[in-house]
Design a protein around this ligand. Structure first.
Ligand SMILES: [Zn+2]
Length: 78
């Protein structure tokens, strides 16, 4: 699938999956996991999210990071 990305020279670290390596290259909002026993998985994702490029914390996912102006991608389709 993401062949256009791998041609750019993707680097996969030893303890990293290809998906994780691709995600770290693509600008996106990172949601922190919060432990919550009332959820089936034992955690939930925080509503606040952090820009993977500059680390700016936003209260919700914006199409463009207001701090570094990076256009954000939705990783759900990967
Ligand atoms: Zn940013």
């Amino acid at each position: 699938m993401a062949e256009h990305i791998s041609r750019k020279g993707i680097r996969v670290k030893k303890n990293q999956s290809v998906i994780e390596a691709m995600q770290s290259m693509i600008p996106h909002w990172d949601h922190e996991k919060i432990e919550d026993p009332s959820y089936v998985l034992g955690f939930r994702y925080a509503r606040t999210c952090r820009c993977s490029v500059c680390g700016y914390v936003s209260s919700f996912e914006k199409p463009v990071c207001p701090h570094c102006q990076t256009k954000m991608k939705n990783l759900a389709g990967l």
